[in-house]
Design a protein around this ligand. Structure first.
Ligand code: FES
Length: 333
């Protein structure tokens, strides 16, 4: 038996067979565990095993520190005795009803050969897509049965007009579709919304960090903070590999103008004569003075290497008061 305990104290018990992963058993019993890649990479399905024994399976989605503190990936781990698994979100975190249906592609803006902005009109779903800023929807690549997950780049709206910032790979079902075949008016299957990465109440200063197209989720969170009239200082860090991957700078500036407590820091890794701002990695821009002595909530969405680099940066400075919410963004093409 497995007991799943949520952050709001709700407990659910479920049976599991030896060959089932925890996630398989949970899904078979209708017990929600937030997940995404189901292949041990993204870290979305992380839980903390507070009693019992288990086998980890694949662990790319966990840091060494997480492994040593009995964190496991529900999509990979199998229990070897009765176990209690704690999850860092309430039982209704994914209660936003899953809405699914056919939407229409409005436009694709190819920002660079590795970044695109996809706009979708989902007004005919018949139901508002409700979600927390930071969460994601899944889109089926037209003409295939393949689903891909993308974070909304804005807060929910009544019209279901959607925008996603998408990482393009040199090859991949969605990347090829967006680059070569996508046309305004194409029908596209959509289901949403999901994700354990979302904005919590801002009771102390906030740091937002976006690596590449991780900006999508961070934009939604920043927009919500601005709408809420957040009075806490907010530092938003946005880093890309190459100058041409920069996008949404106008939207960021608008947010900065609307929210006086919001400070923007943008950095490009590869030196480029067209770029007049900072060059380097996000961690090069981090300044202890902006982190309120570590008394901050950090929301970080970026590739796994960036998430780990930021975590190491905080650890090296003894900033153990930080609450780090992160989404390891694993492009699937
Ligand atoms: Fe388990 Fe991605 S869903 S690691």
């Amino acid at each position: 038996k497995i007991t799943v305990r949520y952050s709001d104290g709700t407990e659910k018990r479920l049976s599991v067979s030896e060959d089932q992963t925890i996630l398989e058993a949970a899904e078979a019993s209708g017990v929600p565990i937030v997940n995404e890649c189901q292949s041990g990479i993204c870290g979305t399905c992380v839980g903390n095993c507070t009693s019992g024994s288990y086998e980890l399976g694949r662990t790319e989605g966990l840091s060494e520190q997480e492994r040593s503190t009995r964190k496991l990936l529900a999509c990979q781990a199998r229990v070897r005795s009765d176990c209690v698994i704690e999850l860092a979100y309430p039982a209704n975190a994914n209660a936003a009803r899953l809405v699914a249906g056919e939407a229409m592609l409005e436009s694709v803006e190819l920002v660079s050969n590795s970044t695109a902005i996809l706009r979708i009109d989902a007004s005919n779903l018949g139901e508002k897509l409700s979600y927390q800023p930071g969460q994601f929807a899944q889109l089926m690549v037209p003409g295939t049965g393949l689903w891909r997950s993308y974070s909304y780049a804005h807060v929910a709206n009544d019209e279901n007009r959607l925008e996603f910032i998408i990482r393009l790979l040199p090859q991949g079902a969605m990347s090829d579709y967006l680059r070569l075949r996508a046309r305004a008016g194409d029908r596209i299957q959509l289901r949403g919304s999901k994700g354990r990465f979302y904005l919590r109440e801002a009771t102390r200063p906030v740091v937002l960090m976006a690596g590449g197209t991780g900006l999508s989720a961070i934009l939604a969170i920043a927009e919500q903070l601005s709408r809420d009239g957040c009075t806490q200082p907010v530092h938003l860090y946005y880093g890309v590999s190459r100058y041409e991957d920069l996008c949404k700078l106008d939207a960021l500036k608008k947010l900065g103008d609307a929210c006086p407590g919001l400070a923007l820091h943008t950095v490009v890794a590869e030196p480029d004569p067209r770029w007049k701002g900072a060059t380097g990695l996000i961690t090069d821009l981090l300044d202890v003075g902006d982190l309120n002595g570590g008394d901050v909530d950090v929301y970080l969405c970026g590739p796994p290497a960036m998430v780990e680099a930021v975590r190491r940066w905080f650890d090296a400075r003894g900033m153990h008061n930080i609450t780090l919410y992160y989404e390891k963004f694993v492009p699937t093409g």
